[in-house]
Design a protein. Structure first.
Length: 277
């Protein structure tokens, strides 16, 4: 679905939500209270400024007794075959987040990946697919990274583990390029990156990636991912535990200055390897 047509359907979603709400004689504030968001957030849904999460659309359907229409519309809009089903909603949310905090223990986060790195990761996980498939997946991943170029970009905090700096994904030349790009974004203060070094030993969140997203008028969410599945969570108690884990990772990480030096040193190591092969 093209971006223009997707936006048109979101606008239909908003207009239909407003019509159904008004027919039920419920104000934005009242509906927001009953689905656990603010009235202003409901207003942004209706204006197609913000996109609701699936669990919120389910609650809206229950309150307005709309027989699942808003959940079905939301599912259709986030159904993008370029992304795994469990990740499609995350892509929609990161477009409207005001702050994203991410921990990556084994692979460079998608928002930071270069084309060569993204291609290598995609082919490694899908060795028998066509070039067209690889281009589609890589194109979608690079498209996601555009949010960091917008004037309204979110604050993006990233904690990397030193392990991912050392793995020559795509070969030493591609890895050197990838790390130089991250270092450039750090120097430009586009992203805030720190690194958990090998010397830190055991660390919180060793079992997989962790992402926290905050929004202007909605509760924060947490997202965890393993190789074959992901879980988006908005339960306040769970999000609080995820935030604590992220805080522990910050304590284990090097300072921003030391992290930048380590990223640039690893990039130089990969560059030297590429020149000798």
């Amino acid at each position: 679905m093209a971006n223009g047509s997707r936006q048109a359907v979101w606008e239909f979603f908003g207009a239909e939500l407003k019509r159904r709400r008004e027919d039920a004689g419920i104000t934005q504030v009242e509906l927001g209270a009953r689905v656990f968001v603010s009235g202003a957030y409901i207003g942004q849904f209706e204006q197609a400024i913000r996109k609701p999460q699936l669990d919120i659309t389910r609650r809206i359907d229950e309150v307005l007794q709309t027989d699942g229409i808003f959940e079905r519309l939301c599912r259709k809009l986030i159904d993008d075959r370029r992304y795994a089903e469990y990740f499609a909603e995350v892509v929609e949310l990161e477009r409207v987040a005001t702050r994203i905090c991410e921990f990556a223990p084994t692979a460079v986060p998608g928002l930071l990946q270069t084309r060569a790195y993204a291609e290598a990761v995609t082919v490694a996980a899908n060795p028998f697919v066509t070039d067209e498939y690889v281009e589609e997946i890589v194109g979608a991943r690079l498209e996601r990274g555009h949010i960091l170029k917008d004037a309204t970009r979110p604050e993006y905090w990233v904690i990397l583990h030193e392990n991912l700096l050392r793995i020559p994904v795509g070969g030493p030349r591609a890895m050197a390029e990838q790390l130089r790009q991250i270092a450039g974004l750090m120097r430009e203060r586009t992203v805030w990156v720190t690194v958990v070094p090998y010397a830190a030993g055991a660390f919180a969140g060793m079992t997989g990636d962790l992402r926290l997203m905050a929004f202007e008028d909605a509760p924060p969410v947490a997202y965890t991912e393993t190789s074959f599945s992901g879980m988006l969570m908005d339960d306040p108690a769970v999000v609080k535990r995820a935030q604590r884990a992220y805080d522990l990772l910050r304590v284990a990480a090097l300072s921003p200055e030391a992290s930048l030096a380590l990223v640039e040193s690893a990039a130089e190591d990969h560059r030297r390897c590429s020149s000798t092969t």
